[in-house]
Design a protein around this ligand. Structure first.
Ligand code: NAP
Length: 460
């Protein structure tokens, strides 16, 4: 007997991506009191929470505890979680436009920005994005290998990702073994010979992108001294900037303390260098050295300070380079992309094509504004986009798909993506990982392959 689908006049929103931005957007839509909105949350991996699972460093469990908020959202009666569904292949934009009143892209900015210098592609020159994905057990990076047999590594960039990479390279095995770091990384890092990590900032201490707690945290490393050359700090001119903000002033204070603090003779070192730009990465068969230019700061017309290279060169021998200079988005099939900014083309969260606003399509998080801010920044960001969506809803500017019942839509999605992992499936993966971890005093032992995740999702 054929089931007759009389449909259902629900207002449906599809969110693509279950990281912080997508999860906050879902929570805000569900708490909208005037209309009962229904949210389907799609995720490419079987596991949710985006960069909270695959980006936040394993030694930052407090930051990861934000997932409790996302869990409450995901358990809401009007939300359905569809893991292991890829936008553009399993489900197309046309599919979503046919079934949802609105689509919110929350896909982040997944790839590394390029330095654009010779030698960037040499063996042992690594994108921080790859290293971060690898140590966090992201399935796309689980087979990567990192050669940690040299004594020195150079990290290019002065942001929090550079600090995450530096810390991960100098934490002890005991410290790492308490975390949810991927097992393959735990083993490889235990064999690492790296004893010195140089973090290279192209501008001065007052312009560094580190946040205060992350910079201060270096002082807590049990096996690594933090080294800052007082002459280099002075050369950069301290804050150098009367209007330097609170974060910058505090960063400068912390760095000054590091510069005068006696070294404790710990076996490893993290050295922070300033006013240096990489010009080339050189070596035979792999990275042997980095050629750096000494910089000076030049004030631009808009008041900002830009690094400008001088004639002075510094050559640093190193076995590996980690490039941590920020992330970039990648285009989604059929979705307008702003190549210059590396984000989905949008104004205030409304997706825009060359011919004008794409009604019913929205963007949140890094895919909207670029890779900036901390996790909480995505809350306000999502709120702003959701407000636009609700305005458009009020104004009758959302999509008007043919009504469909929850069950029929669910069947349609499962036909397109037969290996969907629903929230109960994720809960089983989660429990399995936590149980494996508990036996070793760890928060969880992550599954790092999609097939293993699918098996755990089905296990009763
Ligand atoms: P970021 O904060 O934007 O820092 C990028 C760094 O790379 C800047 O110091 C930048 O210097 C430098 N850079 C850019 N292009 C360069 C080039 N061509 N040569 C040399 N240096 C270059 O990016 P991120 O570290 O990837 O972090 C992304 C976001 O995630 C940030 O908002 C960060 O705070 C956040 N995050 C937070 C945490 C945490 O809260 N614990 C952890 C990780 C990441 P200029 O300033 O001179 O451009």
């Amino acid at each position: 007997m054929t089931e007759v689908d009389t449909g259902d006049a629900r207002v449906r929103v599809a969110i693509i991506g279950s990281g912080p931005a997508g999860s906050y957007a879902a929570g805000q839509l569900l708490s909208h009191s005037a209309t009962e909105l229904h949210v389907d949350l799609f995720e490419r991996l079987p596991t949710p929470w985006g960069l909270v699972r695959a980006g936040v460093a394993p030694d930052h469990p407090k930051i990861k505890s934000v997932t409790r908020i996302y869990e409450r959202t995901a358990e809401h009666a009007r939300l359905r979680y569809y893991g292991n569904v890829e936008f553009g292949s399993d489900l197309t934009l046309a599919d979503l436009r046919a079934h949802y009143n609105a689509i919110i892209y929350a896909v982040g900015t997944p790839v590394d920005r390029e330095l654009g210098i010779p030698g960037e592609d040499l063996a042992r020159s690594y994108a921080a994005t790859d290293f971060v994905g690898w140590y966090n057990g992201h399935p796309d990076f689980s087979d990567h290998e990192f050669d940690l047999r040299g004594e020195r590594a150079v990290v290019i960039g002065a942001g929090n990702v550079a600090l995450d990479v530096a810390r991960m390279l100098v934490l002890t095995h005991q410290e790492l073994a308490r975390t949810d770091v991927a097992d393959h990384a735990l083993e490889a890092l235990a064999r690492s010979k790296i004893s010195e990590v140089l973090v290279i900032a192209r501008r001065g201490p007052a312009q560094a992108a580190f946040t205060n707690p992350e910079l201060l945290e270096l002082s807590e490393l049990s096996a690594a001294d933090v080294i800052v050359d007082p002459d280099e700090l002075a050369m950069a001119g301290g804050t150098g900037d009367a209007e330097a903000d609170t974060k910058a002033r505090r960063n400068v204070e912390i760095l000054r303390e590091y510069a005068i603090r006696p070294q404790e003779g710990k076996p490893r070192r993290v050295t922070l260098r300033f006013m240096l730009s990489p010009l080339a990465i050189e070596g035979h068969g792999g990275v042997d050295r980095v050629v750096l230019a000494r910089n000076e700061l030049v004030r631009e017309q808009d008041g900002s300070l830009r690094a400008q290279t001088t004639e002075e060169r510094i050559v640093v021998a190193t076995h590996a380079v980690f490039r941590a200079i920020g992330y970039r988005g990648t285009p989604l099939t059929d979705v307008p992309f702003d190549e210059r900014r590396g984000v989905i083309a949008n104004t205030g969260g409304r997706v825009v094509a060359p011919e004008g606003v794409r009604h019913g399509e929205y963007v949140v998080g890094w895919a909207k504004r670029g890779p900036s801010g901390v996790i909480g920044t995505n809350k306000k960001d999502a709120n702003d986009t959701v407000a636009r969506l609700l305005e458009d809803f009020g104004g009758g500017r959302l999509l008007a798909p043919a009504p469909i019942s929850d069950a029929a839509l669910d069947r349609f999605i499962r036909e397109r993506a037969p290996n969907v992992v629903d929230y109960a499936g994720w809960a089983r993966i989660d429990r399995h990982e936590r149980e494996r971890g508990a036996s070793q005093g760890r928060p969880r032992i992550k599954l790092t392959r999609v097939q293993e995740m699918l098996a755990a999702a089905k296990r009763r």
